[in-house]
Design a protein around this ligand. Structure first.
Ligand code: PEP
Ligand code: MN
Length: 330
């Protein structure tokens, strides 16, 4: 249940109510909300005068639900805001590898009139022997690109050892598919004053995915976006299976902006353009596409990154699809 308490309540009264209902206190644009388990269905009559309104839920998708907030949240990625009639195409290599590489990416972003650069510096690799990312040196290169070109920077946090550094350098903090269960990270993101791009774990149900977002929302950060990046199914010909049915569900039932990642879902560059077009047709807030000046030498996710020529062709074909669903690409 979410309970909005009357504005004239003292801190002590709010705390007492929170204790009574076993609730987390969330401040949301000057209102105080008490969020407790969805198993709570009724409030006591004697306390009615302290309560402005309340919402009852079937499950613990509460702050994220359209029942609580019907409109899609306005979350900023630099100068772009979600929930409106624009879609953002966020591009960049899987990993920051060198200044030269990231400058080439910056040129591609600029050439296409885009606004956001995404690349990882702390990589959650499947093997300890693979490239783990440039760490802080990579974050500094991304900060340099923001300074030079004004791009917003999206970069990921892998574990709690560097969460503060990533939060400090990023405009948007990406929580990866493997990190989305890490409660140290989720709680740090809840306290952060930066938007969070939360990726779906590949073995995660929609309910679990949205509940991870609820940790961040109830932790005090209202700026959460969901990223569907493919789930593991019985199919092995593609790296993962992009769950577009799940996207339809999330759009219908949650107020969280949605960014789709066809690159990690497909795992192979040949399939990414078609899938990206299908994603744009889903009328979502944005796409995340991996690009690399020379994918054959990429230090991570080499097989799925588009080269710059392939990306230039793709973006041309995305504009009319975005138009058809009532959006402009930024
Ligand atoms: C990435 O975005 O490069 C990445 C590691 O993605 P995911 O967490 O979805 O696997
Ligand atoms: Mn990647």
């Amino acid at each position: 249940m979410i309970i909005e308490v009357k504005r004239n309540l003292s801190e002590n009264e709010i705390n007492a109510l929170a204790e009574k209902y076993n609730a987390i206190i969330v401040t949301d644009r000057n209102r105080n909300l008490l969020v407790s388990s969805s198993s709570l269905k009724e409030i006591e009559e004697t306390g009615y005068e302290q309560i402005e309104q309340h919402w009852v839920f079937d499950n613990d998708m509460q702050l994220s639900s359209r029942k609580f907030m019907p409109q899609t949240r306005n979350v900023n990625i630099g100068s772009f805001t979600t929930g409106k009639d624009e879609s953002i195409v966020i591009i960049g290599p899987c990993s920051v590898e060198s200044e030269e590489q990231i400058e080439q990416t910056a040129a591609l972003i600029k050439e296409n009139g885009l606004t956001s650069l995404r690349a990882g510096c702390f990589k959650p690799r499947t093997s300890p022997y693979s490239f783990q990312g440039m760490g802080i040196d990579g974050l500094k290169l991304l900060a340099k690109m923001r300074e030079k070109y004004g791009f917003s920077i999206v970069t990921e946090v892998r574990d709690s050892t560097h969460v503060d550094a990533v939060i400090e350098y990023a405009d948007v903090v990406q929580v990866g598919a493997k990190a989305m269960y890490d409660h140290g990270i989720l709680r740090a993101c809840g306290k952060a004053r930066k938007p969070i791009l939360l990726k779906r774990g590949f073995g995660t149900t929609l309910q679990e995915f949205v509940q991870s977002a609820e940790f961040i929302l109830s932790g005090g950060n209202a700026n959460v976006m969901l990223c569907e990046r493919g789930i593991r199914t019985f199919e092995t010909k593609s790296r993962f299976t992009l769950d577009l049915c799940g996207v339809a569900y999330l759009k219908e039932n949650t107020n969280l902006p949605i960014i789709l990642d066809p690159s990690h879902a497909m795992g192979y560059a040949y399939g990414v353009p078609d899938l990206a077009r299908a994603c744009m047709a889903m009328n979502v807030d944005g796409l995340l596409i991996e690009v690399h000046p020379d994918p054959s030498v990429a230090k991570s996710d080499a097989s799925q990154q588009l080269n710059h020529t392939q990306f230039n062709e793709l973006i041309q074909s995305l504009h009319p699809i975005a138009k058809a669903v009532g959006r402009n690409i930024v």
